[in-house]
Design a protein. Structure first.
Length: 194
């Protein structure tokens, strides 16, 4: 009778694992702030320029942790993958957690702003900025988002403070399909003379 030996999972060095946890925490602070801007802040105050609040001094601590955390976790993750392959993917759970969290953070920050913006509007409604979202979505040729906002009752002929309507916004970009779509939904064509 042969005995089958299974070697226990040999993990990373303790210092390496602790470094991973610390970098995940630092990166999570930045990712959380970015997601806040892309969802809740966008819903409360309208379409955002991503990073505007952080870049203008709102949260210097977040920027500092992000500058260290995000590149640090990407480097830590790359080295960890090499070590993981060398160890034939046999690690204790405590070493897998920062790897999984790192991949989750990278995945979350890779989702485009427009997807978060649309998701927030679908979940919480467009708030008082629905018309601004409509102008922006038309300008960016996002027909699905425009359709969603129109079904929620927003004004296809809304004119923002700068005089831009959804139709004029999409016209500047030359999005012919969106132009035809907006006209078919009742957008007024106004010819302006100089």
């Amino acid at each position: 009778m042969s005995s089958v030996e299974t070697s226990p999972a040999v993990g990373f060095q303790k210092a390496w694992t602790i470094t991973g946890y610390l970098l995940v925490c630092a990166a999570a602070i930045l990712v959380t702030r970015i997601l806040y801007e892309e969802t809740i802040l966008t819903w409360r105050t309208g379409p955002q320029m991503l990073g505007f609040a952080m870049a203008h001094g709102a949260l210097p601590f977040v920027l500092i942790t992000g500058v260290i955390g995000l590149p640090g976790i990407l480097l830590w993750l790359a080295v960890s993958v090499v070590l993981l392959i060398r160890k034939k993917f046999r690690l204790p759970v405590v070493d897998w957690i920062p790897i999984i969290l790192s991949l989750l953070l990278v995945g979350l920050i890779s989702i485009p702003y427009e997807a978060w913006e649309e998701l927030m509007v679908r979940i919480a409604g467009p708030s008082s900025h629905g018309n601004d979202f409509l102008v922006q979505a038309a300008a960016q040729d996002k027909q699905r988002f425009v359709t969603l906002l129109l079904t929620k009752g927003y004004d296809i002929n809304y004119e923002n403070h700068g005089g831009t309507t959804p139709l004029s916004a999409t016209s500047v970009g030359g999005h012919e399909k969106m132009i035809r779509f907006l006209i078919s939904r009742g957008a007024e064509v106004i010819e302006r003379t100089a």
